[in-house]
Design a protein around this ligand. Sequence first.
Ligand code: GLU
Ligand code: ASP
Length: 485
Amino acid sequence: MNPTTPDLHDRRFFGHPRGLATLFMTELWERFSYYGTRALLILLMTAAPSAGGLGFDVPKAGAIYGLYTSMVYMMSLPGGWLADRFLGLRRAVWWGGLLIALGNACLAVDDPRFFYGGLVVVVLGTGLLKPNVSTIVGQLYQPGDARRDSGFSLFYMGINLGAFLSPLACGWLGQRVNWHLGFALASAGMTLGVIQYLAGGRHLPRTALRPAAPATAAEKRQLRFGLLAVAAALVLFGTLDLTAQQLSDGLGVFLLLLSVAFFAWLFSLGHWTPVERKRLVVVGVLFLASSLFWCMFEQAGSTLNLFAQRSTRNSVFGFVFPASWLQSMNALFIILLAPVFAWIWIKLGRREPSSPAKFVCGLMAGGLGFAVIALGALAADSGGRVSVLWLMAVYLLHTVGELCLSPVGLSAMTKLAPARIGGLLMGVWFLSTSVGNYMGGRFASLYEALPLPQLFGLVAAFGIVAGFLLALFTRPTERLMGGVK
Ligand code: GLU
Ligand code: ASP
C-alpha cells in the first residue's frame, strides 16, 4: 500500500485505517504522561521537604500549576506553525515525544534544580506533539470520508484511556512509593509511545513528513531571530530572579493583551462580508464561555486535588487509595458517557440544541459542580473528612459539561471560521483553554486564603452567572450564526 494515496478499504483498526492505531497509541501515551504528571504536580509542590516534597506554599504552587498548564496549551500555537512551515507534522510529533520523555525524566531526578527545567521541556514537547498528532489523524481520511468524525471519537477515547490509567499508576507510585518514580513512569510511558510511533511510521501519510507550506528564506531568518529573542528573554528572566507569582501576573497581562489584540485585529480587517462578521462575533462569545468553562474544569488537578488530599476520606469498602486516583474519574466518566451523549444527539435529531445552547449547559454544569463541592467543604468545615462521593459528583457534573462543550466547540470553530483563517481559529480554541487553565491556577492560589466554602461558592457563582448570561443571549447568538448550528 502506498500511504500517499490512502487505501479507502483499509479498515484494520475498528473499521479505520491502520495508521489510526499508531496515532491512537501515541496520543494515549502522551496523555498518560501529561495527566500522570498533572495528578502529582500540586501534591509534590505542597508536600513538606521531610515528606520528599518541595515545600512550596499554596499561592506559589497554584501559580506554578497555572503557569505550567496554561503554557502547555499556548505552545500549541507555535507548535502547529513550526510543523506547517519547518518540520512537517510527523517530525514535529517525534521531536515532541522525545522532549516530553526527556522533561519527565528531569522531573524524576530528585533535585529541585531539575524541576523547572523539566516542566519547561514538557511544555515545549507537548506544544509540538499535541496539535500535530490530531492533524495527522485528519489526514488519514480523504475529503468526504464519512468515517472521519468517528475516527476522531475513537481518538478521543485514546486520550481518555491514557488520562484514566495514568493517575492510577503514576499517582500510586508517586504518592505511595516515591514522588520521582511517578514521573519516571510518565517518562517511560512516553518513551514506549515514541517507539511504537516510529515502528508504525509506514502506516502514516508520507505527505506529513514534509512541511505543508515550507518556510521561505526570509521566514527562516525570522525564525532564527525569534529563537534568539526568546533565548535572550529567558536569560533576562533568569537574571531578574522573578518569583512564581510575578511570572504568573506577567502571563495574565500577556494573555489578556493577546486575546484582546487578536480579536481587535480580526475585526479591524475590512474584508469580511456581513455574515462572516456576525459569525466572528459568535466566535468571540464562544471563546469567552470556553475560557470560563476550562477555568472551572481544570481545577481538577489543583483545588479539587488538594481537597481530595486534605478533606476527603479516600476509601471504598475499607480499601484506602491515594488522593490522586480521583484524577481518573473524569476520564472514566468520559469513556462511559461519550457514547450515551452521541446517542442522545442523534435521537434528538433536528431538536438537537445549538452550539451556544450546549455551551450554556457546559457552564451551568461546571458551576453546579462547584456548588456541590462548596456544600462538601461546608460539611468538612469542622476539620473532618467527607465522603468521596462529593468529589465523584463534581467530576460527573464536570464531565457532562465537558461533553456538552468540548467536542462541540472544536467543530463549531471549523464551521464558523471564514475559510482563510481556519487554522488560526483552531489555535484560538487552544488559546481559550490556555486562558482557562491560567485563571484556574489563580483560584488555586487562593486555596488557603479564603474559607473553602467561600472559594468554591465563588467559582460556582461565577459559572452559573456566566451560564445565565449566555442563556439570555442564546437566541441572538444563534441568529448571528447565519444558518450554522
Ligand atoms: N482533556 C482533553 C485532552 O486532554 C481536552 C483538553 C482541552 O481541550 O482543554 O486532550
Ligand atoms: N477528559 C479529559 C480530556 O479529554 C481528560 C482528563 O481531563 O482527564 O479529554
